[in-house]
Design a protein around this ligand. Structure first.
Ligand code: FAD
Length: 339
């Protein structure tokens, strides 16, 4: 195998037939940056049908081409047909790298086609870099309990396959190219050979309070919290700020808050304007999940690692500081109401 025979990068466009998944657009934006460095062309791979308005959004991310696959087997997501499509396409076009959003579906089929192609698959990278000496992509992610940042490469095989966690990269479209290449492929997969049967689709009736990934303000409560009775004041503060509650892993482990509110490497990645943390020590597994315009941390330990990450640090008792913030916000509200 000659690495130089493999060129260009692909992004799998996950969709539900109506809209492209945000992670697919995030990946296109980040991969545009990487392809500008490597000189590769960037292709969006779409299996099945997607409305033109959505392909326009994908084009806005600066892609060079679209590989549109039609045929049987793509009506609903299924590992067999999807893995087969990427195997067939990859053998035909020899891409250097294929990126798949680390959704439940993406994590399911990406390693499968990587195995079929006899190559390596890296999961959950948080940073992508290019090594010009080797021509390899560096997939960078926390490892050994977050104590180190591991740099993982696929040094001898191609394509380099990676799944990337939703929310890791910013959706920052650079604009559509005036001309893009359209490759249309017909790859049919015998529906009888699909080992999973689609029985029904039941949408996740998500409580909006549990949807914190893009909340404007997050009040994050950490293990410094004494017990669940002390939680109410943080809910009050979040409400006053128009924000939502989030937590670190120990609060989920202690059964105080649900997993959907856990922020970090093994929880939700959040993008927010204001992040307020209370009693959070600042482990990299947690901070890796935060992208905040303004980060304010409260901790009683002046040496807590969190003070290396935040914009403003307050050393003090978390409950007392929270109560004080509530009083100040209430006073400000009352002042506004009296004007
Ligand atoms: C593979 C792996 C994945 C992980 N993924 C995640 C993840 O996604 N998200 C996550 O959060 N963690 C994750 N963790 C766990 C992570 O490493 C840390 O253990 C965790 O983030 C610590 O949470 P904490 O800061 O709330 O608790 P602690 O580290 O126990 O810190 C508590 C803080 O509260 C302060 N404190 C105590 N009392 C008060 C008080 N009265 N007033 C003010 N401050 C007070 C203390 O000084 C301390 O700084 C992961 C770990 C591993 C190994």
């Amino acid at each position: 195998m000659q690495k130089s025979d493999y060129r260009n990068m692909w992004v799998y466009i996950e969709h539900d037939g109506k809209t492209a998944a945000p992670v697919a657009l995030e990946l296109c934006c980040e991969l545009r940056r990487l392809c500008d460095t490597t000189g590769d062309r960037l292709y969006a791979v779409i299996l099945g049908e997607l409305p033109a308005s959505e392909t326009d959004r994908i084009r806005e991310c600066g892609i060079d081409g679209i590989i549109q696959v039609r045929g049987t087997g793509y009506e609903y997501f299924n590992t067999d047909a999807y893995a087969n499509a990427f195997t067939v396409l990859s053998r035909k076009y020899n891409p250097s790298a294929i990126f798949v959003g680390g959704s439940i579906n993406g994590r399911d089929f990406a390693p499968r086609f990587a195995v079929q192609l006899n190559t390596g698959c890296t999961s959950d990278a948080m940073q992508l870099e290019y090594d010009p000496e080797t021509g390899d992509i560096q997939f960078i992610e926390p490892a050994v309990g977050g104590k180190i940042m591991a740099v993982i490469t696929v040094p001898e095989l191609r394509p380099q396959v990676g799944t990337i966690r939703p929310g890791t990269f910013r959706y920052a479209p650079t604009g559509a190219k005036p001309e893009i290449e359209l490759i249309e492929e017909e790859i049919s997969f015998d529906p009888d050979a699909i080992r999973c049967r689609h029985i029904d689709f039941i949408p996740d009736e998500m409580d909006p309070e549990m949807d914190i990934a893009n909340a404007d303000c997050i009040v994050c409560v950490g293990n410094g919290l004494k017990d669940s009775e002390h939680l109410e004041r943080y809910r009050k503060l979040a409400k006053l700020l128009g924000g939502k509650i989030g937590c670190t892993r120990p609060l989920f482990d202690r059964g105080i808050l649900p997993y959907k509110l856990q922020i970090g490497q093994s929880g939700v990645m959040v993008k927010t304007k204001l992040y307020l943390s209370f009693g959070v020590s600042g482990a990299v597994n947690h901070t890796a999940g935060i992208d905040a315009d303004l980060f304010i941390a409260v901790d009683k330990n002046p040496d807590a690692q969190i003070f290396n990450y935040c914009d403003y640090g307050i050393v003090g008792d978390m409950d007392e500081v929270c109560d004080e913030m509530i009083e100040l916000l209430k006073a400000r509200e009352a002042q506004r109401a009296s004007i």
